[in-house]
Design a protein around this ligand. Structure first.
Ligand code: IPM
Ligand code: MN
Length: 331
């Protein structure tokens, strides 16, 4: 038998641990053996002893096959502290430069279902933290928040998106940006996109401004196959993607370093208002688990999990009931 994959588990806060428990249940039912290592991190841990994400833990993670994360953040901790100190630190330190978020638009009688994938750059842009205050908390205060875009960072993301588009039947890639206003970063993205496109002559390309893309996400998502965009546009667009494809309870994601360890997490947050009530839909976590299995080479089990979750309307009930239903379908 193949040796078990070594996976770090960060259940986190709120509904995080319970949706990850269901994800692990379904993975096991699909016949994949994982050797899990639990990490107690998140808002609750921070409140307990002030620890957010020690460097030694990051070093340990570099030696694992994957990381599986529920959700982090709790109302008792100042907003942003855990998000920046844990989630963003993880993305930067492990160089998880691709944020891959697939959506299945259910469609109606005339169209759908239709899958499209957003590739969000995950380490640069406005998330890089460039900027600062001058004369803070005076009437003359100045705040700047820059957007960092490197040729290297933009190109590796665009290249990944082209390779993905080329591997899919439709071979179609849309760049989303705001080149009409963001003339510096937009220019770098556009020039890089066009240069890389020349190497992928079989991939059809398109460009949308991000505001227009918001309309198309709602009105005609079937026009998309693969989308590539910067960090902040990708953050916003993928919440909209969740909203137009069955809800955020079904939105899964992969934070990838194709050359290192990668992390898999549902797009939704820790939902402290329903924590501990066995109410949260675990499907997004289960589908993120399927993305992790793809990454680990367990594609057959991943396909069976996706097939089990395809009929989203049947996935109703408590957290554990939905997990049990999915587990029974894959075994
Ligand atoms: C996401 C989240 C994070 C982000 C937050 C929690 C920092 O919204 O993964 O989309 O903005 O990237
Ligand atoms: Mn987000």
């Amino acid at each position: 038998m193949a040796s078990a994959h070594k996976v770090g588990i960060i259940g986190g806060d709120g509904i995080g641990p319970s949706v990850i428990a269901e994800g692990l249940k379904v993975i096991k039912a699909a016949g994949v053996e994982l050797e899990t290592v639990d990490y107690d991190l998140g808002g609750a841990r921070y409140l307990n002893d002030g620890v957010v994400l020690p460097d030694e833990v990051l070093d340990e993670w570099r030696g694992l096959d994957a990381l599986y994360l529920g959700a982090v953040g709790t109302p008792e901790v100042p907003p942003g502290l855990i998000e920046r100190g844990l989630l963003l630190k993880m993305r930067f330190a492990l160089d998880l430069y691709i944020n891959r978020r697939p959506f299945v638009y259910e469609g109606d009688d005339t169209r759908g279902p239709h899958e499209f994938i957003v590739i969000r750059e995950n380490t640069e842009g406005t998330y890089a933290g460039e900027g600062g205050f001058l004369r803070k908390e005076t009437p003359a205060e100045i705040a700047t928040q820059g957007s960092v875009n490197t040729r290297h960072g933009v190109e590796r993301c665009i290249r990944y998106a082209f390779e993905l588009a080329q591997s899919r039947p439709r071979k179609h890639l849309t760049l989303v940006h705001k080149t009409n206003v963001l003339t510096f970063s937009g220019s770098l993205w556009e020039r890089t996109f066009n240069e890389v496109a020349a190497e992928f002559s079989d991939v059809e390309t398109n460009y949308n401004h991000v505001d227009a893309a918001c309309i198309y996400f709602v009105q005609s998502p079937e026009q998309y196959d693969v989308i590539v965009t910067d960090n902040l546009f990708g953050d916003i667009l993928t919440d909209l993607g969740g909203a137009v494809s069955g809800g955020i309870g079904f939105a899964s994601s992969a934070n990838l370093n194709p050359e290192g360890v990668s992390m898999f997490e549902p797009v939704h947050g820790s939902a402290p208002d329903i924590a501990g009530q066995n109410k949260a839909n675990p499907t997004a976590a289960v589908l993120s688990g399927a993305m992790m299995l793809d990454h680990l080479g367990e594609t057959d089990a991943a396909d069976r999990i996706r097939a089990a979750a395809a009929d989203t309307e049947s996935l109703v009930g408590s957290t554990t009931e939905v997990g049990d239903l999915l587990a029974s379908r894959v075994s």
